[in-house]
Design a binder for this molecule. Structure first.
Ligand code: G3P
Ligand code: CA
Length: 271
């Protein structure tokens, strides 16, 4: 199934800002997510980890070393210690010497991100990824679902509408836990490689949507058809190059996860 470049499908592809507008602003900060909302992204992607004192924060790496002026594992630091760190300066450049109010580049709790989305003034969806959840034996999912419930985001959407939040993971076990505890929240199974047991297009139990990496899409374009034939939507990451956006559009994927939401929206004819 090929979609030509003028099909209405292009305009309906959801554009998801990966770690916020992370090409332009420091990933996983308010600065990056505010920019993504301003740029017109349909959804925001974030990774979540538990701090030593049980708060969910948006940080990709196990350690804070790459994206802050601190050192150490997120899981070994309390939220108060993380809050003293600067998650913006590593991204400073001549064009962007600072990121505004210091709170825009302090550690971002998932709770603060949910508030930002609630106050966006338009529908902005959230794609939340659980990182290394096996280590915590269910605590990441438990706290995540508790928080989503508080924001009224874990219940079934009204008839004819879709959920504004979904949970993604490379861990099938994590998705299985989510599906069992909150069956109305869509789950996305992330795949870095196409293992033989997945080639027929079926996903592990508890996974609703397929999340193949761009490398899989380039090397196995026919796989997208098999996923669609098996009834799964396809959300591809991380799609930054114009030719990859074109390939995804021609294959009819439902969502493109990108560090450059503005450029992708423009390429898809949305801006
Ligand atoms: O959106 C999925 C993608 O973010 C998975 O890879 O390493 O960027 O979390 P990673
Ligand atoms: Ca991620």
């Amino acid at each position: 199934r090929q979609h030509d470049s003028h099909t209405p499908h292009r305009a309906s592809i959801q554009v998801v800002a990966h770690r916020g507008a992370s090409e332009d602003a420091p990933e996983h900060t308010l600065a990056a997510y505010m920019k993504a909302i301003e740029d017109g992204a349909d959804a925001l992607e974030c990774d979540v980890r538990l701090t030593a004192d049980g708060h969910l924060v948006c940080v990709h790496d196990r350690r804070v070393n790459r994206t802050s002026n601190g050192r150490g594992a997120v899981s070994a630091l309390e939220l108060s210690a993380l809050s003293a760190l600067d998650f913006g300066s590593w991204k400073d450049s001549e064009e962007s010497p600072d990121w505004g109010d210091p709170s825009f580049t302090s550690v971002l709790t998932l709770e603060r991100l949910l508030e930002l989305v609630a106050d966006a003034g338009r529908r902005v969806e959230l794609a939340i990824e659980t990182k290394h959840p096996t280590r915590w034996a269910g605590q990441v999912e438990e706290r995540l679902l508790h928080l989503l419930k508080r924001f009224g985001l874990a219940e079934a959407p009204p008839r004819g509408e879709t959920s504004p939040v979904r949970i993604m993971s490379f861990s099938a076990r994590s998705l299985h836990r989510v599906a069992a505890a909150a069956p109305d929240i869509p789950t996305v199974y992330l795949m870095q490689f196409l293992s033989p047991r997945l080639r027929d297009g079926r996903l592990p139990a508890g996974a609703r949507i397929a999340g193949p990496g761009m490398r899989i899409v380039r090397n196995h374009p026919g796989y997208i058809d098999r996923l669609h034939a098996a009834g799964h939507q396809v959300h591809v990451w991380t799609v930054n190059e114009p030719e990859d956006v074109e390939l995804c559009a021609s294959l009819g994927v439902e969502a493109i996860i990108t560090n450059r939401p503005k450029q992708v929206l423009h390429q898809l004819g949305r801006l």
